[in-house]
Structures are given as C-alpha cells and as structure tokens.
Design a binder for this molecule. Structure first.
Ligand code: ADP
Length: 297
C-alpha cells in the first residue's frame, strides 16, 4: 500500500495577456478551478494506477474541500485519513498564467498548516500497513519530521520530494529519503552545485545523506542513483507533445511510490514513472491528466 502525507489545495487559475504591476488591475479569462496540492496530486496518481492508496491531509469544511475529496474519490483513494477541520479554509493556490505560459502563484496554506504531528501519530497504523509513505514539504515541517520518525519505527520506506525547496534540508529528512525525488531546480539548490550534470547532483545528494536519489529531467526523463553500489541509471524521456506540464512531477512521484511499494527496484520504478509523467503532460490539468494502468499500456 501507498500512504501519501501532504497538502491538498484548490488550484484557481486565470490566464492573462499581461501580468498586473503593483496597483494595477487587468482582466483575465474565466476562472478555472481544479483539485491540486502536491500530496493530493501524488495520491491521485498512485490510486489511478491501481495502487491501494491512502491520503493523510487536512481540508476545511468548505466547497474547495469538497472539490479535493471529489478528486480523490474519482481516482479511488482511501479517504479515511483526509481530515476535515471545521471553520478552516481549504488551502488554495491562486495561479496567474501569462501569455508565455509562465506562472505567478500565491498559495494560501489554510487547513494544510493545521495538519499536525499528532495527526500523523494518530495514523500510525496506516503508516505501518504501508510499504511506502510519500512526503513533500507543503505541510508544517514538524509534521513531516513526525512522519519520518513514525516511518522509521514501522520500517516503512520514505519517498521524499523536497518541494517547495528549502534553503537547507533537515538532515533527518535527507537521511530518511529512499529516494529523495528532485527536479533540476531542487537538485541544484540542495546539492549546492549550480553547474554539473544530473549524475553529479545525485552523487552529491547521496554524499549528504540521502539513501537514494532520483532526479527528474522534464522531457529528458530521469536519473536514478540507488544505494547499492553502482552507477546512476539514466532513464530516457518519452517523446510526446506536451500540452500542460502542471503536476508532472507529482504524477512521477506517485507512480514511483506505486512501483516501489510493489517491490520494483529503483531504476525499474523510475522507468515506469517516466512513462506516467509523459502521459500526464499530454493532457490538461494535474489530476485529470493522470493515466490508469490500462491507458499506460
Ligand atoms: P517538475 O514538474 O517537478 O518540474 P519535471 O519537469 O522533471 O518535474 O517532470 C517530471 C516528469 O514528467 C519527467 O521525469 C518526465 O517523465 C515527465 N515530463 C515532464 N515534461 C515532459 C515533456 N515535455 N515530455 C515528456 N515527459 C515529460
């Protein structure tokens, strides 16, 4: 089983011809609302692929919370651990997309900031029952640390996507990551190597304590560096026509967690995840773009 512990948001998107400057108002397209948040996206990706998947997250008792729950229901996620906090607002991401597809985003964490260490310890049995727990950094840092601590006690494998990327990653998190899943931007930031290749970044992150590392490289695919002695494995990308890359990294990580939970080795899991990520960019949106196992074939 896969347990995702993380954020759940409503993504509110408007396209504009030009970004407003300070004090300025511009008109945009009709508002588009989608379920999002890294945790919810990863859970949707894993569940859609057929893995038994649960999401531990917190939403408010508002319409956006319902939207998050609907998205997970559609994907087939176990919802017992999605906590609804009365009087809280569901997290929202307000996304302004400019003419070149460039995003400017404001996130209001809302109920995500109320997902507390005690919520994780309450779900200890779910952690213990899972082969893999998948974490990101859109919830309070002490909650992520609690998840790592519980996973350490229950012997559950930790997949960690350190996003949004912190200036310094807590060593306890880095040392639990098996793998640390980073995109190019996160790899450069956390390895401290601005230059170099993906293999250099992966080796540097392992040297800093990560048990294993996967670097995602957009259209170029990914690179996997396992803890077993050996060289990094480059997984080539799949050539597709990209329509919308929103949530591609979350599709990748959800798919990776699914395969690792099924017992695959890291390179095999990365090969699978690269295919899932590629399908996700050929369709609009994050969660609605995620494939089932049949679609992948
Ligand atoms: P993030 O979305 O976190 O920045 P990446 O851009 O590295 O992450 O994308 C994650 C994965 O999604 C890649 O490893 C790849 O499998 C897939 N992907 C992303 N962009 C493309 C693309 N243009 N063509 C094919 N696959 C892509």
């Amino acid at each position: 089983d896969v347990l995702v512990i993380g954020s759940a948001n409503a993504d509110l998107t408007v396209r504009v011809d030009r970004r407003p400057g300070p004090g300025e108002t511009v008109l945009g397209t009709d508002l588009v609302e989608n379920a999002g948040g890294k945790g919810a996206n990863q859970a949707a990706a894993a569940a859609r692929l057929g893995a038994r998947t649960a999401l531990l997250a917190k939403v408010g008792d508002d319409a956006f919370g319902e939207m998050v729950l609907d998205g997970q229901r559609e994907a087939g996620t176990e919802l017992r651990h999605v906590l609804v906090e009365r009087g809280a607002r569901t997290g929202t991401a307000m996304i302004v997309v400019g003419p070149d597809g460039d995003n400017a985003i404001v996130v209001s964490p809302g109920a995500n900031s109320r997902l507390l260490p005690g919520d994780v310890t309450d779900a200890r049995a779910a952690v213990a029952a899972s082969a893999v727990v998948s974490l990101q950094l859109e919830i309070p840092p002490e909650t992520v640390r609690a998840a790592v601590a519980v996973a350490g006690e229950t012997g559950t494998r930790v997949v960690l996507n350190p996003s949004p990327v912190p200036e310094v990653l807590d060593p306890a998190l880095l040392e639990a990551a098996d793998p640390l899943v980073v995109n190019e931007h996160e790899a450069r930031g956390l390895s401290g190597l601005d230059a170099g290749t993906a293999a250099d970044w992966a080796r540097a992150l392992r040297a800093r304590g990560a048990r294993s590392v996967v670097v995602t490289l957009g259209a170029q695919g990914a690179l996997a560096l396992d803890d077993a002695a050996g060289d990094p494995v480059a997984v080539p990308g799949v050539a597709v026509t990209a329509v919308d890359t929103t949530g591609a990294g979350d599709a990748f990580t959800g798919a990776l967690a699914t395969r690792l939970a099924a017992g695959a080795d890291l390179a095999d899991a990365a090969r699978f995840a690269v295919r899932v990520g590629a399908v996700s960019v050929t369709r609009a949106g994050a969660q609605p773009s995620y494939p089932t196992a049949e679609e992948l074939d």
